[in-house]
Write a protein that binds this ligand. Structure first.
Ligand SMILES: [Cu+2]
Length: 113
């Protein structure tokens, strides 16, 4: 059947165009990923993460008392209340060692590619 074969042969290029469009969108600078660090049991989890420039890191405090995510001179969440979160956008590459100003044993690292 000529009409059926024509239809099926036109399907592949359409799909390829869609795939090309999606990968073009994902390759753009505007495509930023989100990462989550959970604060639970007086620990950052995961303690070390690697993100890309432009990505966002969100700390979620699951403890029943406040914490901070602080790298002095780079970022400072101030007190994140229980059940609340705080977001930071990684704009420059580098390795950022941070901690909680309220609990000196809490340490974390963010590597920004
Ligand atoms: Cu803390």
């Amino acid at each position: 059947m000529p009409s059926r074969s024509r239809r099926s042969s036109s399907r592949t290029p359409a799909r390829a165009r869609t795939r090309a469009l999606i990968s073009a969108l994902c390759a753009g600078a505007a495509h930023a990923a989100g990462h989550t660090v959970t604060i639970d049991g007086v620990k950052f989890e995961p303690a070390a993460i690697t993100v890309a420039r432009g990505d966002t890191v969100t700390w979620i405090n699951k403890d029943p008392f406040p914490h901070t995510a602080t790298d002095p001179g780079v970022f400072d969440s101030r007190e994140i209340a229980p059940g609340k979160s705080w977001k930071w956008r990684a704009r420059r590459s580098g390795v950022y060692d941070y901690g909680c100003t309220l609990h000196p044993t809490m340490k974390g690292t963010i590597a920004v590619r």
